[in-house]
Write a protein that binds this ligand. Structure first.
Ligand code: NAI
Length: 717
């Protein structure tokens, strides 16, 4: 069966209808390559006026077949190399026949879909539901179907960069502006009509870059303007990736190398880099986690089965501070009616101003319409009156981190709610089972841990208490997805999963400083490992006093539970800093010095110069790989402990949560995938060295040893 149907209409125009049999979307796979090659063969023997590419699916074309790419290894890489070259040859033949070729883009054309569209001379898009672009880089790949070569030739190196190096997607209007889309129409019928008209009006056609004398915008690499920029371009890429992501570097290489040769040679250069990336460990990590595991989360892997999906229509948010205001905004934006309650109307209104500031900025930039702005603000009702909570399906409390206060607001709110309503706490540290004791129905009580700033952070950690019911979990899961965020589900424990593991990162960095290791080396070690923020900078953000507070609370709780508290070597450094009144960013002084307090207005923060005399030991040798390993390993070990203790119940939640919630490096594919790729045996060997040199916290969990013995890896069944 063919993925491309060959049909000729009354105007002698060949329609190549993209319709992969028994599939929801068109894919760039072997079958498609064979089908397109056969169509090209047929065209070569046919007499026709032009070609129209159109799709029989609701999307135009989905892109490469990730199943094939995920399983391609060095040993069978030549098959993939042959396939992409064959595919590109077919696309090249169609665009060089001298006959007009039009792409009718009826829906998403991402990755391979956009590459196919690029091989047409004229591109028409529907004005609704179309999204375009080349997101391959976000999976550690490059567009291997001619996308790098054509985009670079059409836009020029500089203008093509955001679309290739960052995978920036765009709508047809933007495409029109860039000259990549030629026409936008309202209906599929109008699209076909426009395609036929264009073919009739342009009986011969060629790509601009195939016309003699074509000049690439901005010039080729030897053009003085571009030649000046190119030497710094790799450094700019590295500044972002810290050398941990090979794809952007390969893409830049293909862009530049491809422009120095004829297009057919350029296509082969692209194929070589593509196949190399496909076989790389980083691409496997990223595809495994951001594609497969993410899709499982989207499909509700941790959501209880057989419970009807529900929507939250009315949401109560208690506490209009930083978190409450963000939760209100993110929910109102998705059309949910929000009651935002604080102790005074003034406080509650301040929380709503947070939303107003965001939407007004978006309105000014033309990214939001006046109606949408007004509708969003109308969805938020600020109040100091708990009675307004009546009718809420879900209430989330985000008041101060204080048990008694949380108990009080739980009782106050529940008095207004129907028996089926769910109550959630956004606590970052207090165990949910304990907080649920204040609830009239612990089955309906759950943790919804948002991250700051709520409007930007994509993850929500759902925490089940001992008594949380399946219905409650299902509603929480549905709500998180309703507001467009990604849920992970964990069981109750101090710090849950993300805060607990994140704490080990901050503490490890601080402990190193306490040992005399240079602060700059610690922060740079973190960057070079791929962490977005260094442990000292991040501690300043959350404040050193918070670490102190959590420690005190933990000590009290453990004493009450009759357990021993184990001190962390970071504690003395934190105490010293607090005694020096260096409590973090909010205080204007922490591990860093900040503008307005210690530095001039408007200056960038800098590591505090006093760290040298207070902690650093200049005789200590700097070993960056040791710093990187300590930061990567301590979090991985803590994550295995979370699995061992059943706080985590899936590998996917561990991986996605680590990247989206706590900034574990993207190249690893997540915290447990990091252990997989190092290899369990090697990981254990290195962890044992660290255990020896740094202390008990690096002790290898029994689960890990057992898994290594059984030759297992971290994967979900
Ligand atoms: P915040 O101090 O900015 O806001 C707390 C708000 O609660 C204040 O507006 C206060 O007036 C209000 N409030 C106090 N008593 C109240 C009552 N009886 N009824 C209604 N409102 C009342 O605090 P923030 O940072 O928003 O944190 C709130 C909760 O979220 C805490 O439990 C915190 O641990 C948790 N959290 C904080 C994160 C962060 O990064 N700040 C991240 C994740 C969770």
């Amino acid at each position: 069966m063919s993925s491309v149907i060959y049909e000729k209409d009354q105007d002698n125009i060949v329609h190549l209808i993209l319709d992969k049999p028994n599939a929801g979307a068109n894919l760039m796979d072997n079958e498609f390559t064979d089908s397109l090659s056969a169509a090209v063969e047929q065209l070569s023997q046919d007499d026709y006026a032009g070609v129209i590419f159109r799709s029989a699916k609701s999307t135009f074309f989905a892109g490469g077949n990730l199943d094939d790419l995920f399983t391609t290894q060095k040993e069978n890489a030549d098959q993939l190399y042959d396939m992409v070259n064959r595919l590109k040859l077919a696309m090249r033949e169609i665009e060089t026949q001298g006959k007009p070729v039009v792409a009718c883009i009826n829906g998403a054309a991402l990755g391979g879909g956009w590459e196919l569209a690029l091989s047409a001379h004229y591109r028409i898009a529907l004005n609704k539901g179309v999204i375009l672009g080349l997101p391959e880089v976000t999976l550690g790949l490059l567009p291997g179907g001619g996308g790098v070569i054509r985009m670079t030739r059409l836009l020029g190196v500089q203008a093509a960069m955001p679309f290739l190096l960052e995978g920036k997607q765009f709508k047809p209007e933007k495409g029109l502006e860039l000259g990549l889309i030629n026409e936008i129409v309202d209906t599929p019928e109008a699209m076909l009509e426009a395609a036929v008209n264009w073919i009739k009006a342009n009986p011969t056609a060629a790509q601009v870059y195939d016309v003699k004398g074509y000049k690439v915008p901005g010039g080729k690499p030897n053009h003085p303007g571009l030649a000046k920029m190119l030497p710094i371009a790799p450094a700019m890429v590295r500044a972002k990736t810290k050398g941990t992501l090979p794809a952007p570097e390969s893409i830049l290489a293909v862009m530049v190398e491809g422009l120095q040769v004829d297009i057919d040679t350029a296509m082969r250069i692209e194929s070589r880099y593509f196949v190399e990336l496909v076989c790389s460990q980083v691409a496997k990590n990223m595809i495994g986690t951001f594609w497969y595991q993410m899709n499982e989360i989207k499909a509700g892997a941790a959501r209880p089965d057989n419970i009807e999906r529900k929507k939250v229509n009315k949401l109560g948010v208690l506490g209009a501070g930083m978190m409450g205001a963000g939760i209100a905004y993110s929910s109102a934006m998705k059309g949910i009616e929000v009651v935002l309650k604080d102790v005074s109307l003034e406080n509650a209104e301040k929380g709503k101003v947070y939303s107003q500031n965001i939407v007004d900025k978006k309105l000014a930039k033309g990214r939001l319409s006046q109606e949408k702005r007004d509708a969003l603000l109308n969805n938020i009702l600020p109040t100091d009156n708990a009675q307004q909570l009546a009718g809420c399906d879900l209430v989330i409390e985000a008041v101060f981190e204080n048990r008694e206060l949380k108990a009080k607001v739980t009782e106050e709110a529940e008095a207004q709610l129907s028996p089926s309503a769910v109550f959630a706490s956004n606590t970052s540290t207090l165990p949910i089972t304990g907080l649920a004791e204040a609830s009239r129905k612990a089955e309906n009580f759950i943790g919804l841990h948002f991250f700051s700033p709520v409007d930007k952070m994509p993850l929500v950690e759902i925490i089940c208490g001992e008594k949380t019911s399946a219905e409650t979990l299902a509603l929480a899961y549905d709500y998180v997805q309703q507001i467009g965020k990604t849920p992970i589900v964990v069981n109750d424990s101090r710090g849950f999963y993300t805060s607990r593991v994140f704490g080990t990162f901050a503490n490890e960095g601080i402990a190193m400083l306490g040992e005399g290791i240079s602060a700059a080396a610690i922060e740079n070690g973190a960057f070079l490992a791929g962490f977005p923020v260094g442990p000292l900078a991040v501690t300043d953000e959350v404040s050193l006093t918070l670490l102190e507070k959590i420690r005190k609370q933990t000590m009290l709780d453990m004493e009450a539970e009759g357990k021993d508290y184990v001190h962390h070597p970071a504690e003395s450094t934190v105490d010293k800093m607090v005694s020096l009144q260096r409590e973090g960013k909010l205080a204007g002084a922490g591990f860093y010095s900040y503008a307005d307090k210690e530095l001039a207005k408007g200056s960038k923060k800098k590591l505090w110069s006093g760290l040298k005399d207070t902690f650093e030991d200049s005789s200590k040798a700097i070993d960056l790989s040791e710093i990187k390993d300590r930061l990567l390993y301590i979090q991985a070990i803590e994550t295995v402990r979370c699995l061992e203790e059943n706080v985590l119940t899936s590998v996917r939640d561990a991986n996605i949560g680590s990247i989206m919630g706590i900034g574990y490096p993207v190249w690893t594919g997540g915290i447990l995938q990091f252990i997989n790729q190092v290899g369990l045996e090697s990981f254990i060997a290195r962890a044992e060295q660290l255990h020896e040199s740094c202390g008990e916290r690096f002790k290898v969990p029994t689960l890990l040893k057992q898994m290594a013995k059984d030759q297992m890896i971290f994967e979900d069944k």
